[in-house]
Design a protein around this ligand. Structure first.
Ligand SMILES: Nc1ncnc2c1ncn2[C@@H]1O[C@H](COP(=O)(O)OP(=O)(O)OP(=O)(O)O)[C@@H](O)[C@H]1O
Ligand SMILES: [Mg+2]
Length: 462
């Protein structure tokens, strides 16, 4: 099938040049000159387009606005933004809106075709994977580990499950707090009752009480009928209060009473409702510190933390890393209907030495990304995201090449140099929260040069 590429540029000469390059390479093209026409064409013919080449600088409706619209109407079609050097800031804005590919004007045919090829390939893989994942049966929630810290936590989970007391699950991001909460419920005598989840950080302050306790009709604008709350729903089961550290003091006060007395009133109602609910709360905050700062009620803390369970960060149980990597490799390849693929021992060694700031969630994401990005029969060091390889080599005070034969010593000189540059810049950007100006200053490079380098190396950064 020939891909159709949709060109949006107000300059006739540029459209003509693009058309020439693309058609010579076997693509079909369609083109318009304005943002308004672009949206019109996409609404009618958009299904035919495999990719859009979009000029950022257009008269009237500019490229950014077009992009914003396309993200909503055609999220699956990759947009390659064409920008002149003077419009770099606009280009950065475009990245935030989800344009991951850029071609700088004046463009070289070779670069344009390369970027386009890359965008199409990535898009195809992404769609294939989303489709496979949709068809895949949900993988059972499993908790894996055998390190001493992990086994101790499993013991605590066992005893907590048997007792009916409130549990407070503590741990960094992505360590498995929610998984632990589920496990406690599943192993408790309440396992046949409901497990209901509330995320305090995700619900707007003005709605949280109605969410938790329900409301009577007409109790506030928008409250049309009577609604039951999460506490009702969790009757004879478990209520999981996630991100409890983000709950406002006002809601904490109400929460205290329910946890203590197992009764409450709906918002706008005066009938007292009694429930039988086991509460498990979780947070990645240091609640003792929050208490000192006056952000968290001490009495509620003691109510919730009858049984505190600390979920250890992955870096304190690196012995579990190989186990987890293999577990996710097996599960994710199966979910994608792929044959199981092994990982090279060098690559495993790098992963084991990484400090895992995002813990198990980060590990899972990295394994998934490696599976998506390489079709090789074995996953190797070269498939590990450069930021990880770089962090590992920095923390060990050695050059990238020392982390494994494939990392820096393979390929041509130019490829090796680019691999290093990519790893270095990605790591520095991460270190400076993705802020290009600050990164440029820190590594003593002109901001515009850094930007150019990033583009050239295909580094995308939000
Ligand atoms: N011990 C484990 N074995 C296997 N997978 C795990 C384990 N712990 C957590 N996971 C997986 O890691 C991911 C993150 O876990 P979970 O959501 O429970 O963590 P969390 O601490 O609640 O994260 P966050 O801080 O982002 O809320 C999930 O995909 C979960 O299935
Ligand atoms: Mg969580």
């Amino acid at each position: 099938m020939k891909h159709t590429i949709f060109i949006v540029d107000d300059e006739e000469s540029i459209r003509q040049a693009l058309r020439g390059v693309l058609e010579d390479d076997g693509y079909k093209t369609a083109e318009v000159a304005t943002g308004e026409d672009a949206l019109k064409w996409m609404a009618e013919e958009g299904h035919r387009a495999s990719a859009v080449l979009l000029d950022v600088w257009l008269p009237k409706m500019d490229g950014i606005e077009v992009l914003q619209n396309l993200r909503k109407t055609h999220p699956d079609i990759p947009v390659i933004v064409l920008s002149g050097h003077a419009t770099i800031d606009t280009a950065v804005k475009a990245t935030k809106l989800g344009a991951y590919h850029f071609v700088e004007k004046p463009f070289s045919a070779e670069h344009l075709l390369l970027t386009l090829g890359h965008a199409l390939k990535e898009n195809r893989l992404e769609q294939e994977n989303t489709r496979l994942r949709k068809d895949a049966p949900p993988t059972a929630r499993q908790i894996i580990g055998q390190s001493p810290l992990f086994l101790r936590m499993m013991d605590e989970i066992q005893s907590a499950a048997q007792s009916g007391a409130s549990v407070l699950v503590l741990g960094e991001n992505g360590t498995g707090k929610e998984s632990v909460a589920h496990l406690i419920h599943e192993q408790s005598p309440r396992k046949d009752g409901p497990f209901v989840e509330v995320n305090s950080a995700a619900i707007p302050e003005e709605l949280i009480e109605s969410e938790l306790f329900g409301h009577e009709a007409g109790s506030f604008t928008g409250a049309t009928g009577r609604k039951s709350g999460k506490f009702d729903q969790a009757h004879q089961g478990t209520l999981f209060l996630d991100e409890i550290g983000d709950m406002s003091l006002k809601t904490q006060a109400k929460m205290l009473r329910v946890v203590q007395e197992q009764r409450f009133e709906r918002v706008g109602g005066n009938k007292t409702i009694e429930v039988d609910v086991r509460v498990i709360a979780a947070t990645n905050k240091n609640l003792e510190e929050e208490i000192r700062q006056g952000n968290f009620r001490e009495d509620l803390y003691y109510r919730l933390a009858v049984l505190p369970i600390q979920v250890p960060p992955l870096r304190e149980r690196v012995g579990d890393v190989p186990l987890l990597v293999n577990h996710f490799l097996a599960h994710i390849t199966a979910a994608y209907r792929q044959k199981p693929r092994p990982i090279h021992p060098d690559a495993m060694a790098v992963l084991t030495r990484y400090h895992w700031p995002g813990n198990i969630r980060e590990l899972r994401n990295i394994v998934e990304r490696m599976i998506i990005m390489t079709r090789d029969p074995e996953i190797g060091v070269k498939d590990i995201p450069p930021a990880v390889t770089m962090a590992v080599s920095q923390q060990n005070g050695v050059a990238v090449s020392a982390v494994g034969p494939a990392a820096g010593l393979a390929g041509t000189y130019r490829e090796a140099k680019e691999a290093f540059e990519r790893a270095y810049i990605t790591a520095q950007l991460d270190r400076h929260g993705g802020n290009i100006s600050r990164t440029a200053e820190a590594i003593q490079m002109e901001r515009s040069n850094l930007h150019k380098k990033m583009k050239q190396l295909g580094i995308q950064h939000e």
